[in-house]
Design a protein around this ligand. Structure first.
Ligand code: 5AD
Ligand code: FES
Length: 360
C-alpha cells in the first residue's frame, strides 16, 4: 500500500480548525503550525480575525500610555533603558506632569491610562498611591493600568487599594533557561511568575506577554508560550517583535520578524478568544503597516503614547521607535484614519475584558 501523507496545507488547516473549536492544541501541534506557517498564514489570520470580530466587533480599544520615568534599576540585556546604558538622558515626570497627561488624554477620548516606567524606586508606594488616587478621583470613569515592573505583594496590594485596576507585566519568555539568557543573574524567572500570580490573586486584570524573535528563542519556545498562556489565563497579552537597541549587549542580534509575530497574535487569539490583544508599537516600528496587519491577524487594542513630546525620545526601549515626535492629538488622528481604512473603529470606552472571570 502506498503511504499517503497529507499536504502541510491540509494538515495546517485542520489544526487551525481544531484550535478554533477546542481552544488548545498540544505543544507539537502548535510547533507544527509555527514551522509550517507559510502554508496557512492567510487562513489562520482570517479565522483569528473572525473570532475577534465575533467578540469585540469592529471596535478597537485604545489605551493611553504615559511613560513617566525612564530610570530603571534593572539591566535586562535587550532593553534600551537598562541601568547600564549611560548614553541615555534620564527623566522623571512630576505628579503634576502625569496628571496633565491624563487630563489631556481624557479630553482626547481616552478612558483608560497605562502608567509605565522603568523600575524607579523614587516611586514608592506612598508616591504612587497619591498619583493613582488623584487620577481616579478626577476621572472615576477611567480604568487605570500600571506597568512598573516587579514589586512585592504588599506593594501590589496597596496600589490596588489606591485604585489601580489592571497591571501589565510581560513574563518575556515562558522558559526559565531562556529567561536567564535575556537577564542578568540578579533577576529571576520564578519571581517574575510569582509577581503575575500575586497580581491575579489581588484581583488585578493582568497582562502578560513576550517578545517574538528575542535572542536564543526557538520555535519550540514559541509553542511553549501558548501552553503557558493557556494555563496563566491572563486578560491581556502584549507581544511584539524584538528590536535591537544600539546601546545594549544585544545590539548586533537579529530583529524579530513580522510574519511570525502575526502568526503568534493569531494563535493567541484562538487559544484565549476573549483576550485583549494589542497591536504593538514595536510591530508598527518594523513594518509601516504592522499595526494594521496585527489587527487583521486578531489584535483588538492599540496603545498610543500620551507622554509629553519632550520626553518621548528618551523612552527608547529599542531603536527607531515610531510616534516619538507626534503630539498625542495628531497620533490619534493618524491612528483613526489608519484603522478606518481597514474597516475598524476606535472607540471611547474603558475597553473592558469580555471574558468574565474565567476565560474559557
Ligand atoms: N525590543 C522589543 N521590545 C522590547 N521591550 C524592551 N526592550 C525591547 C526591545 N529591544 C519590551 C519588553 C518590555 C516592554 C515594556 O517592552 O517586553 O516588557
Ligand atoms: Fe502615531 Fe501615526 S500612529 S503618528
Amino acid at each position: 500500500m502506498v503511504y499517503m501523507q497529507k499536504h502541510p496545507t491540509v494538515m495546517c488547516k485542520e489544526l487551525v480548525d481544531k484550535l478554533k473549536k477546542e481552544k488548545i492544541l498540544k505543544k507539537e501541534e502548535y510547533l507544527y503550525l509555527i514551522q509550517n506557517r507559510k502554508y496557512v498564514e492567510e487562513y489562520l489570520f482570517k479565522v483569528a480575525r473572525s473570532v475577534a470580530d465575533s467578540i469585540y466587533g469592529k471596535q478597537i480599544y485604545i489605551r493611553g500610555l504615559i511613560e513617566f520615568s525612564n530610570i530603571c534599576k534593572n539591566n535586562c540585556y535587550y532593553c534600551g533603558i537598562r541601568n547600564g546604558n549611560k548614553n541615555l538622558d534620564r527623566y522623571r515626570l512630576t505628579k503634576e506632569d502625569i496628571l496633565k497627561c491624563a487630563d489631556e488624554g481624557y479630553s482626547l477620548g481616552f478612558r483608560t491610562f497605562v502608567l509605565q516606567s522603568g523600575e524607579d524606586m523614587f516611586f514608592s508606594d506612598e508616591v504612587l498611591e497619591e498619583i493613582i488616587s488623584k487620577i481616579k478621583e478626577k476621572h472615576p470613569d477611567c480604568a487605570l493600568t500600571l506597568s512598573i515592573g516587579e514589586r512585592d505583594f504588599k506593594s501590589y496590594e496597596r496600589l490596588r487599594k489606591a485604585g489601580a485596576d489592571r497591571y501589565l507585566l510581560r513574563h518575556e519568555t515562558a522558559s526559565k533557561s531562556h529567561y536567564e539568557k535575556l537577564h542578568p543573574e540578579n533577576m529571576s524567572f520564578d519571581n517574575r511568575i510569582k509577581c503575575l500570580k500575586n497580581l491575579k490573586s489581588l484581583g488585578y486584570q493582568v497582562g502578560a506577554g513576550f517578545m517574538v524573535g528575542s535572542p536564543y528563542q526557538t520555535e519550540e519556545n514559541l509553542a511553549e508560550e501558548l501552553i503557558f498562556l493557556k494555563k496563566l489565563n491572563p486578560q491581556m497579552v502584549g507581544i511584539g517583535p524584538f528590536i535591537p537597541h544600539k546601546d545594549t549587549p544585544f545590539k548586533n542580534e537579529k530583529q524579530g520578524e513580522v510574519d511570525i509575530t502575526l502568526v503568534m497574535l493569531s494563535l493567541i487569539r484562538l487559544t484565549l478568544p476573549n483576550v485583549l490583544l494589542p497591536a504593538t508599537t514595536a510591530l508598527g516600528t518594523i513594518d509601516n503597516l504592522g499595526r494594521e496587519k496585527g489587527i487583521l491577524a486578531g489584535a483588538n487594542v492599540l496603545m498610543p503614547n500620551l507622554s509629553p513630546v519632550s520626553v518621548r525620545k528618551k523612552y527608547m526601549l529599542y531603536d527607531n521607535k515610531i510616534c516619538t515626535g507626534d503630539e498625542a492629538a495628531s497620533c490619534i488622528e493618524c491612528l483613526k484614519q489608519r484603522i478606518n481604512k481597514i474597516g475598524y473603529d476606535i472607540v471611547i470606552s474603558r475597553g473592558d475584558y469580555k471574558g468574565g472571570k474565567e476565560n474559557d
